[in-house]
Design a protein around this ligand. Structure first.
Ligand code: ZN
Length: 336
């Protein structure tokens, strides 16, 4: 009996932190103030901002331009997390230190919502060079696949509507407009892929953020340079990559702005492959308040750079407006 009680207590504790229980009474009716919501990486902040408009108080806790994989919150973040009604994370182990600090400070009735875990079943997780199975942490970059961004938006819409039913119709309206844009992005990507020669639909990147994107649009990720501890690759690994690139005639190597890589530059020089270090997975282009400072703005930039470098056309992306559907209202932090 006692052990059953313990199991129950442990289980209900888990529900409290991860579950965002369906039958939790809504707090908005009693409290007319805006919901306080914390998100983690900027693309997720932007997705939530599109759905919420100005109806919530939204802070993205991981500063833009910082490596989100090794980000450690500072002690004063505990206070912010303690005030939050909802903490929205990507999950799949991207934000372990932030989740730990959040769990230790979670206010009563608040919960942590993992968009990644709600979107993808474990059997569909990708493990690869930078995120090997033996380390136990799957590749977390779901949001670079617009299909999963749609799922993130729907989960955010449902959760906000549940916690704040007064603004439900607003959340639904915003989400519908945003989903329409994401569908246009998805369509444009499918169209634009056809302009890339079949043999060039291969990606070699420094930071391994594109496997879920690749799976949807028919690219092959032939390698990533960055080892699982986010250090630089060993000379042996570099030599192996150079050989692979020469053999497979990879047209371009993609680096990321967050991880400047002299090693990738060296590889590009030795293989005469083009080196482009402008892809981003968690830093939005432009400044907060600008139209392109958004999830869609980041994707349009990435895909234009990538598709042109691989010999395709980025024309299909030009018709998509990147601006947030209900304006810019989130508090994005910067590295500096
Ligand atoms: Zn990343």
């Amino acid at each position: 009996m006692r052990s059953r009680l313990i199991v129950f207590l442990v289980f209900s504790g888990l529900l409290m932190s991860w579950g965002c229980r369906e039958n939790e009474p809504s707090r908005a009716a009693a409290d007319p103030a805006k919901l306080r919501i914390i998100t983690t990486v900027a693309p997720i902040t932007s997705i939530v901002e599109n759905v919420a408009g100005d109806k919530i108080n939204l802070i993205g806790i991981i500063p833009e331009g910082i490596d989100s994989h090794t980000f450690e919150p500072i002690p004063s973040d505990a206070k912010l997390l303690a005030q939050a009604d909802l903490i929205i994370i990507n999950g799949l182990d991207l934000e372990i230190p932030t989740v730990k600090l959040a769990e230790a400070n979670l206010k009563r009735g608040a919960c942590i919502l993992s968009l990644g875990q709600r979107t993808l079943k474990e059997s569909d997780y990708v493990y690869d060079f930078s995120f090997p199975k033996e380390k136990g942490h799957p590749n977390p970059h779901l949001w670079l696949n617009p299909e999963y961004a749609m799922s993130y938006a729907k989960i955010a819409r449902d959760e906000l509507s549940r916690l704040d039913p007064t603004n439900k119709s607003m959340y639904e309206q915003n989400a519908a407009a945003f989903l329409k844009k994401l569908e246009a992005l998805d369509q444009a990507t499918k169209e634009a892929v056809k302009t890339i020669p079949q043999n060039n639909r291969r990606l070699l990147t420094y930071h391994d953020s594109w496997p879920y994107f690749a799976r949807r649009y028919g690219f092959q990720v032939i390698g990533a340079v960055q080892p699982s501890d986010f250090s630089d690759p060993s000379p042996r690994e570099v030599a192996r990559l150079i050989e692979q690139i020469r053999k497979e005639k990879v047209p371009a190597l993609f680096g990321s702005e967050v991880f400047p890589s002299p090693v990738l530059e060296q590889i590009a020089r030795e293989t005469k492959s083009r080196y482009i270090d402008k892809l981003r997975d968690d830093e939005l282009p432009g400044k907060p308040g600008e139209a392109k400072h958004s999830y869609i703005g980041m994707m349009l930039d990435n895909l234009t750079i990538m598709f042109e470098a691989l010999g395709g056309s980025a024309e299909a992306f030009k018709k998509i407006d990147p601006s947030p559907v209900a304006g810019s209202h989130a508090d994005y932090r910067r590295k500096d």
